[in-house]
Design a protein around this ligand. Sequence first.
Ligand SMILES: Nc1ncnc2c1ncn2[C@@H]1O[C@H](COP(=O)(O)OP(=O)(O)OP(=O)(O)O)[C@@H](O)[C@H]1O
Ligand SMILES: [Mg+2]
Length: 372
Amino acid sequence: MENPFSYTGIVKGDAFCNRKTELSELLTFTKASQNILLYSHRRYGKSSLIFKLFERLQRQRPKFNTLYIDLYGTLSEKDFATAALTSLGQIESRLEKLAQLVRGAIQSVKFGVSIDPVSGSPGMSISFDSSYDEAVTVHALKLLGSFSEHRKLVVVFDEFQEIANYKQAGFEKRLRAIIQQHDNISYIFCGSKRHILNDIFTNQNRAFYKLAQSYPLEVIETSHYVAWAKKLFGKAGRKIGADLIEEIVSRCENHPMYVQQFLFYLWEQTHTAIIGKTVAETERKVLQASQNEFFNLWDSLSLNQKKTLKLIVLTNGKDMYYANALQSVGLKAGSQVSRALEKLILSDIVLKNGYYKIQDVMFKNWIRTFSN
Ligand SMILES: Nc1ncnc2c1ncn2[C@@H]1O[C@H](COP(=O)(O)OP(=O)(O)OP(=O)(O)O)[C@@H](O)[C@H]1O
Ligand SMILES: [Mg+2]
């Protein structure tokens, strides 16, 4: 049997573990056309959950339409409008008809045919002539609205934090004005940059203030992982002890992608009995696989930030300001730590929750093992 575990990209089918509560809650919100801000740390499973939700929505009666708009890499309002319009192909597969509809709403639009590199099927590519202006966003969003006239629609903007990079003044206001008119659409704003998203949605001076119900996505419970992993090993006639799975989950602090990665490697091993040794060896592989990513992150930090991360590793994020703790990592004053922490928290590398914690458990272990 092929390895059922996967740690790259969106997971579906057997590789998707539980999330039953989240699915049922999101289903309730979307049925009521509520807007949702779905956020979590990186690789917790937001996008996978969205696609699972879409599967459920498509089975509902009366039916729902769903649109997934990936904003990753978009730099401007124009890119935003292009992504929104292109996504309409997910609902209207007749390209002629779609082109006609879009042209009816926006004159300056140009069409081409693009071939989806994954599926090989033809899709619509969209561009604008130089006369692009902000009214296009309004028309594009109104067009989304027209798709919700006869059937409820769920629109997901994934990587929504990208809009913070757009330079066009008034973009958020324009977006809000239209979104508020769409009673039959549930908008889901998804992303992982907690500080940026929080500012967009909870800052009273910004247009998106209280526009969406906040839905933080947490890690998956240990008992859910155990049942799921046992079943997948069982399908191949293999036995895996609950204690081994629990050991892995705890080492990964329940992080969905890391748990998958551990289980992926474990599947490739023939002996699964020796707990300590197996898990430690697997962790070394995981750390090795992430070397480049961690090195790049480490290199991007200032010297005091690096020292502060080491201090967190050393003290478990408690009592960090004692003179001997500071000295052991070569820091002179508490003020250096405070300044470094401020930056590390803002970039979501460190969390403060009573004590300080390095968000990515494997990055923490990498610092402990490899950094010097
Ligand atoms: N329900 C799940 N069950 C098991 N593994 C999961 C689940 N959800 C996510 N994962 C694991 O986490 C990885 C990342 O999932 P996904 O891309 O959905 O997360 P994300 O939060 O959208 O990530 P990003 O922050 O990079 O956008 C998957 O490849 C998979 O290994
Ligand atoms: Mg994602």
